[in-house]
Design a protein around this ligand. Structure first.
Ligand code: PMM
Length: 289
């Protein structure tokens, strides 16, 4: 496979974070990458198609999912992380457990992705601070087993923004450098479809906080009504790519996706489009565009 890295425009496109769930039960790819070889092969495909970072998770966060203890979680993710790091592939660890995060840092990850933003395990902030790595703080209200009941907001965008500001403040008090913090509205986590669309439509209110923003819309259930009733989960890649391009236009730092190839194509279109807008005819004539 040819590695895709070139792009037609000059505008910096968002980072593509490829999803690698090594779980028996994640909603879209659960059970697919439970052998180390299968997981590595898939990660390499993601990188070859445009992902610059692989997000490895060993605990499903699909609605209703039960928690996994950190010993089990570590046994799922560490062999895969070790192998990816040995191959020079940048890895983030998707975990709510400080013990798993700490072991993953030891194994060489470059980023910690905590869907609870440091709420689920109080030790996480210390691990984040001591690691000195980038830390993704996602908006979260409670475990997946009952998160749908927590989707209560008057103005979801304002509330998520305020709650993320609290997470940021707690991380900074714990010693995490502000430039290391990436925020994420947590689409689908204690959010109805309407909440997700409001968060996407008003993304500028989150990017306006001055922190890098990550969006994780890939294949989530709020996309299903946009497709025929019998569409497969994979077919949600089409609306996902459009969201990635629109999120790029809103200034996000990164998108977390299952399909890197279609995402790269969408982001290349966005990049060329912004290049066309940002370069005046005079600059083009001078050969600078
Ligand atoms: N979504 C899932 C898992 N981890 N991490 C971040 N930062 N943002 C997300 O939206 C997010 C996440 C659930 O989706 P999956 O089962 O496809 O991984």
């Amino acid at each position: 496979m040819t590695t895709r890295t070139s792009r037609p425009g000059s505008t910096e496109r968002p980072v593509i974070m490829g999803i690698l769930n090594v779980t028996p039960d994640s909603f879209s790819d659960g059970g697919k990458y439970t052998t180390i070889d299968g997981a590595i092969r898939h990660a390499e495909e993601l990188v070859a198609s445009g992902a610059s970072l692989i997000d490895v998770g060993g605990e499903s966060t699909r609605p209703g999912a039960a928690r996994v203890d950190s010993l089990e979680e570590k046994s799922r993710v560490l062999p895969v992380i070790t192998e990816l790091v040995a191959r020079g592939i940048p890895v983030s660890i998707d975990t709510m457990s400080s013990a798993t995060a700490e072991a993953a840092v030891e194994a060489g990850v470059t980023m910690i992705n905590d869907v609870s933003g440091g709420l689920a395990d109080k030790g996480m902030r210390r691990v984040a601070a001591e690691s000195g790595l980038d830390f993704i703080a996602m908006h979260w209200r409670g475990p997946s087993a009952h998160m749908d009941q927590l989707a209560q907001y008057t103005d979801v965008v304002r509330t998520v923004r305020e709650e993320l500001k609290h997470r940021i403040a707690e991380l900074i008090v714990a010693g995490v450098k502000p430039r290391r913090i990436i925020i994420d509205p947590g689409l689908g986590f204690a959010k109805s479809s309407e909440h997700n669309w409001q968060l996407l439509g008003r993304l500028d209110e989150l990017t306006g906080l001055g922190y890098r923003v990550l969006i994780g819309a890939s294949r989530k259930r709020f996309l299903a009504p946009l497709l025929p009733a019998d569409a497969s989960t994979n077919e949600r890649d089409q609306p996902t790519t459009v969201i990635s391009a629109l999120a790029a236009e809103s200034g996000v730092w990164g998108v977390r996706v299952h399909d890197a190839a279609s995402t790269l194509a969408a982001l290349d279109v966005w990049s060329a489009w912004s290049h066309g807008r940002d370069h005046s005819p005079r600059e083009l004539e001078a050969g600078r565009g």
